[in-house]
Write a protein of this length. Structure first.
Length: 499
């Protein structure tokens, strides 16, 4: 059986704890790999390696850093198929979706390649007599990233390229459910010329996470995952004096107004709800239909959903793959099975779906629930599977009020032909990312990604300018160089004079 070990100090390091976790092929249910689970002592050893590497990497030139990043970008491009195959084998998503994940991660690598302009400081000359003031940004030291199973390549690439470009060293703790992609990313970074110890991958479970959150030599923690864990990460790491960005869960809404192009809205709803089997924090999981268009919209969504081809991720004919684990599949199915008792109309029930010859895979079909109530479990919880809820309101105002009442505020979208309504929506809605006729409004790399309310804990969004600010800290330097002709200034106990 294949074993995935840690990547520390520029090389593979075998697990020493004796503990291993299973990694399954979601399409077959077969355990194909075991992953080493680090002890607190192993985490500490990785941190010490990163701490030592920071002594030189933190002082390295921007030219040296960007040389590595440009080489890394080329290697990622050359190996994108291989990375995507690892994702499909352990996560289950179809190959085209896995390729898209790698492409979105590459955007942040490209942003990091341009770090020279992003780290430019500011200078004010002659603020007083021969006094200049400058502002600079410097790296934090050793920083850590804890990433989820649903994007095993993209989310790590949202973190470590910017962190190391800013001069930090990095400890990555990926999901133990699909760990291989992270090791591949680290190996390619080493091949690109990154010095040993700058990027390290430590696999593990809660033991490793808790060790990272408490470690005194880690300056900052980035996290993407569920809201309960994000809240725990933020609370614990902050209490230990760390800077924290913790991105949590979501219940993303799509408001469809009566004037919308209903075919475009139905296409978008199916794509955004069921892509990657709904295992996206930016998935549309609730459509809010306004006025008389609800029946027509639901029918159009049903027609499209019934045609989606579900199968193994490595089959080019498949449009949607299995879920990550059998336990997660069963949890998702429970929401559909209980929906009718809580007042919903079950238009499509995908809970009995199976693939011939691969019956032990973690299969589930597409489910569509109509007339969903806001107090039902299917609406209140982040299901994280291919389940789309439809809610109905009579007016735009009711729709906005319904969305704003949600404790989540990650992403949302409006479908309409009315520019005035769209402008009003983007100002009134309480969410961090808004799409106008765009169902999944994930920002490009040079803008920042992040939600509001229970979807984000911490002050900084991820990547973009927020990401660069998160991985650096500001310093202001006030300088005075006396002129050779100056007479001694003498002692002055008052405030410095700026005029």
């Amino acid at each position: 059986m294949k074993t995935v070990n840690h990547w520390i100090g520029g090389k593979t390091v075998e697990g020493a704890s004796g503990n291993y976790g299973p990694v399954t092929d979601p399409a077959t249910g077969e355990v194909t790999t075991q992953v080493a689970l680090a002890s607190a002592e192993e985490v500490d050893a990785a941190v010490q390696v990163a701490k030592e590497a920071f002594e030189t990497w933190g002082q390295s030139s921007l030219a040296a850093r960007t040389k590595v990043l440009f080489a890394y970008r080329a290697l990622l491009d050359a190996h994108r198929d291989a990375i995507a195959e690892l994702i499909t084998a352990e996560h289950g998503k179809v190959h085209s979706d896995a390729l898209g994940e790698v492409a979105r991660g590459l955007e942040i690598v490209e942003l990091a390649c341009g770090i020279t302009t992003q780290l430019k400081g500011e200078l004010s000359t002659s603020v007083s007599n021969r006094v200049d003031v400058s502002s600079i940004r410097q790296p934090l030291g050793v920083v850590a990233g804890i990433t989820p199973f649903n994007f095993p390549a993209m989310v790590p690439m949202w973190m470590f390229p910017l962190a190391v470009a800013c001069g930090n060293t990095f400890i990555l703790k990926p999901s133990e459910k699909d760990p291989s992609a992270s090791n591949k990313l680290a190996e390619l970074m080493s091949e690109a010329g990154l010095p040993a110890g700058v990027l390290n991958v430590v696999h593990g479970d809660k033991v490793a996470v808790d060790a990272l959150l408490a470690h005194p030599d880690i300056a900052a923690v980035s996290f993407v995952g569920s809201t309960p864990i994000a809240r725990h990460i933020h609370t614990t790491a902050s209490a230990n004096g760390k800077r924290v960005q913790a991105l949590g869960g979501a219940k993303n809404h799509m408001l469809v107004l009566p004037d919308a192009d209903l075919d475009a809205a139905a296409d978008a709803a199916v794509s955004a709800a069921y892509g990657s089997a709904g295992e996206r924090c930016m998935a549309i999981s609730a459509v809010v239909a306004v006025g008389s268009i609800a029946d027509t919209l639901v029918e159009k969504i049903r027609e499209r959903a019934e045609k989606i081809k579900i199968g193994p991720g490595n089959d080019p004919a498949s449009e949607m793959g299995p879920l990550i684990t059998a336990a997660h599949r069963d949890k998702v199915a429970s929401y559909v099975k209980g929906a009718a008792a809580q007042g919903a109309d079950v238009i499509l029930d995908g809970t009995g779906y199976s693939v011939e010859g691969k019956e032990n895979g973690h299969w589930i079909g597409l489910s569509l629930l109509d007339n969903v109530k806001t107090d039902s479990d299917a609406y209140r919880d982040e299901i994280f599977g291919p389940v789309l809820c439809v809610l109905r309101t009579e007016t735009y105002e009711e729709g906005v009020a319904l969305i704003n009442a949600s404790p989540f505020g990650n992403g949302t979208a409006i479908f309409t032909r009315d520019g005035g309504a769209a402008r009003r929506f983007q100002l009134e809605i309480q969410a961090g990312m808004v799409g106008v006729n765009v169902p999944i409004p994930v920002p490009v790399g040079y803008h920042s990604f992040g939600g509001w309310k229970d979807s984000l804990f911490g002050d900084h969004h991820i990547y973009g300018n927020d990401g660069i600010h998160f991985y650096t800290r500001g310093k202001v330097v006030t300088t005075r160089w006396p002129d050779p002709s100056d007479a001694p200034a003498g002692v002055d106990l008052g405030f410095p004079r700026n005029h």
